[in-house]
Design a protein around this ligand. Structure first.
Ligand SMILES: Cc1ncc(COP(=O)(O)O)c(C=O)c1O
Length: 495
C-alpha cells in the first residue's frame, strides 16, 4: 500500500490564478481531476485535513467539507484511525502517456434521421441586423408598455394547477378561437386549439402523428423551405407541386395515382409569391381529403395583413372542421421572440395529439400564454393588428414607388394583396443568388426567389421584406442595393 500522502501534488493549487468557483468547489475539482488522471492512484493516502489546510492556507472546515464530498461521491474512503485514501474501487489507471495525449472518446454517432437533415437545403440564418428582411414585423412599433402590463397581470394570475392542460392555457385558446371565428370565417371551439412554440413545432408534431415513413406529402413549389426538415424527420417523402396564379395546382397533384397522405399549403397567400388559392381548387382539395381520409395543413402565416379588404376566409372554414389542420403563428404578427403559435385540429385528432404532447414536452410555460390571453382580451391585439395593417400597406406602397423608378427594367413587382414582403422579378437568366450574396455583405436581408423552388424551374427574383423598416430605412437600403444590381445584371438584361 502506498503510504505517501502526495503533498507535492497540491502545490500547483496554490498557483491557480483565479478560482472560478468557491474555494471548496475548486479544491474538489482539483483533487477529482488528479484522481481521474491517475496522478493520485487507488489506495494512495491523502494528506490529513489539517496538513492540507496548512499547506494551502485554507480553513480546516473547507478541506473537511471537500473530503466529505469526495467520500460521498465515492472517490475516497476513510480508514479507521489511518486517514483518507483514494478509493480501492477505482480501477488503477493504466493509461500511458501516449494514450493520455489521444482523445479517449469515440465520436458520437448521429441517427440516420439527423444525418438526413444535412442533405436538406439549409435555412437562411440571420446573424446580425439586416434591412429588408422578410417575415420581420415592425419591432419598434410593438406596444411594450401594454405588453408589460399584460405580463404583470399574468404573473399575478399564475397559480399551480395540478391538471395543467398539454394543449395550452384555456384562456388563450379561448381568445384564439373567438378571434379566428370572428375574423377568418372559421368554425372552431377552444377545445380544438393547441398552443405550440412555433408553427414549426406544430408541423413536427403533425407529421409525426399522421405520417408513416415512406408516405408522401404534397407541398407547394415554390414554397416554405422550413417544412422540408419536418417531413424528413418523420421519414416522409416530399412531393413538389407547381403553383400558378390560382395557387397550388391541385388539378395536377390530385390524380388517382398520387397516393399522398397530406397536403401542406398556404392558401391565403402562397409563400413566397403571394398568390391566393382559387375557390375551385379549394373545393377540389377538400373533396380529395374527404374521399381519401387525408389531411390538409393550412399554413396561415401572415394573412392578417391583407391590404385590399378583410382577411380571406380560411380553408378550415369551408371544410366543416373534418380534414383541415389550421396553423397560425404570433411570431410574425407580433414579435419573433414570442414563440407562440397554434394549431386548430379537427375534433377527431384532439385526443391523439394531446396524448402525444404529453410525451413530447408536456405543453408550454404558462406565463407568456396568460400574458397573450390578457393582451387579446383587452382588445390590444386587435388594435395593434389594425395599426400594423395600415403601416405595412404604407411601407409596401413606398417600396413599390421607390423600386419602380430606381430599378426600371431590372425589377418588376409581382402583384399580391398584402403580407410582409414583396416579390420583385429579375430578368430571366439573372443570378438572384449572387445578388443576394453581395446584398447580405451590405447588411441587406433580401432573399433570392430561386431559393424557394425545389423541383420546378426557378424564376429569378428578390423577396424583399418591408414590414420591419421605416421609409428612411427602405430608402437607404435600396440605395445600397442599386450598385449591386447594376454590377450583377448585364446591361442588355431587361424585364
Ligand atoms: C410560410 C411560413 N410558415 C411558417 C413559418 C414558421 O413560423 P414560426 O416562427 O411560428 O415557426 C414561417 C416563418 O418564417 C413561414 O414563412
Amino acid at each position: 500500500m502506498n503510504k505517501s500522502s502526495h503533498s507535492e501534488l497540491f502545490i500547483p493549487f496554490l498557483h491557480l490564478e483565479t478560482l472560478q468557483h468557491p474555494r471548496y468547489r475548486a479544491l474538489f475539482n482539483y483533487i477529482q481531476q488528479r484522481i481521474l488522471s491517475g496522478q493520485l492512484p487507488s489506495n494512495s493516502r491523502l494528506p490529513s485535513t489539517r496538513e492540507l489546510a496548512d499547506l494551502l492556507s485554507l480553513s480546516r472546515n473547507t478541506v473537511k467539507q471537500v473530503y466529505e464530498m469526495l467520500q460521498s461521491e465515492g472517490y475516497i474512503e476513510t480508514r479507521q484511525g489511518n486517514g483518507s485514501y483514494i478509493s480501492a474501487q477505482l480501477a488503477p489507471n493504466r493509461r500511458t502517456q501516449q494514450a493520455r495525449r489521444q482523445p479517449a472518446y469515440q465520436p458520437i454517432r448521429l441517427s440516420t434521421k439527423s444525418t438526413q437533415l444535412e442533405q436538406i437545403r439549409p435555412l437562411y440564418h440571420q446573424d446580425r441586423e439586416q434591412r429588408l428582411l422578410p417575415g420581420i414585423p415592425a419591432l419598434d412599433q410593438f406596444p411594450w408598455p401594454a405588453w408589460q402590463r399584460s405580463v404583470g397581470h399574468a404573473g399575478r394570475q399564475m397559480k399551480f394547477s395540478r391538471d395543467q392542460d398539454y394543449m395550452g392555457e384555456p384562456a388563450l385558446r379561448n381568445e384564439i378561437a373567438n378571434y379566428l371565428n370572428a375574423t377568418r370565417g372559421m368554425h372552431c371551439t377552444m377545445a380544438q386549439v393547441m398552443i405550440c412554440s412555433g408553427s414549426q413545432q406544430g408541423m413536427q408534431l403533425t407529421f409525426s402523428m399522421l405520417l408513416n415513413p415512406g408516405e408522401k406529402v404534397l407541398v407547394e413549389d415554390p414554397g416554405f423551405p422550413g417544412i422540408d426538415g419536418a417531413i424528413s424527420n418523420a421519414g416522409g417523402i416530399k412531393v413538389s407541386v407547381p403553383i400558378d396564379r390560382q395557387g397550388f395546382r391541385s388539378d395536377l397533384a390530385l390524380t388517382p395515382q398520387q397516393d399522398a397522405r397530406l397536403a401542406f399549403i398556404t392558401p391565403s397567400r402562397n409563400f413566397p409569391l403571394g398568390y391566393t388559392l382559387s375557390i375551385e381548387r379549394r373545393l377540389q382539395l377538400l373533396q380529395w381529403a374527404k374521399q381519401q381520409g387525408c389531411c390538409i395543413i393550412e399554413d396561415d402565416y401572415d394573412s392578417e395583413f391583407r391590404f385590399d379588404g378583410p382577411p380571406l376566409t380560411a380553408l378550415q372554414g369551408l371544410d366543416g372542421e373534418h380534414s383541415v389542420i389550421y396553423s397560425g403563428t404570433f411570431s410574425r404578427i407580433l414579435h419573433p421572440a414570442i414563440r407562440l403559435a397554434y394549431l386548430v385540429l379537427p375534433p377527431a385528432l384532439v385526443e391523439p395529439f394531446n396524448r402525444m404532447r404529453g410525451f413530447l414536452d408536456g405543453g408550454l410555460s404558462s406565463l407568456p400564454q396568460l400574458a397573450l390571453a390578457d393582451f387579446m382580451s383587452r382588445g390590444l391585439f386587435a388594435s395593434h393588428l389594425r395599426r400594423m395593417r395600415k403601416l405595412y400597406k404604407a411601407r409596401r406602397d413606398y417600396l413599390r414607388q421607390r423600386v419602380d423608378p430606381l430599378f426600371a427594367g431590372q425589377l418588376r413587382w409581382e402583384p399580391s394583396d398584402g403580407g410582409m414582403h414583396s416579390v420583385f422579378l429579375l430578368p430571366a437568366g439573372s443570378d438572384d443568388k449572387a445578388i443576394v450574396a453581395q446584398a447580405m455583405q451590405a447588411g441587406l436581408g433580401i432573399r433570392p426567389l430561386s431559393y424557394y423552388y425545389d423541383q420546378q424551374p426557378p424564376r429569378s427574383g428578390l423577396v424583399i421584406g418591408f414590414a420591419g423598416d421605416s421609409e428612411t430605412q427602405i430608402e437607404q437600403a435600396l440605395a445600397r442595393l442599386k450598385p449591386i444590381i447594376e454590377q450583377q445584371l448585364p446591361l442588355s438584361a431587361q424585364i
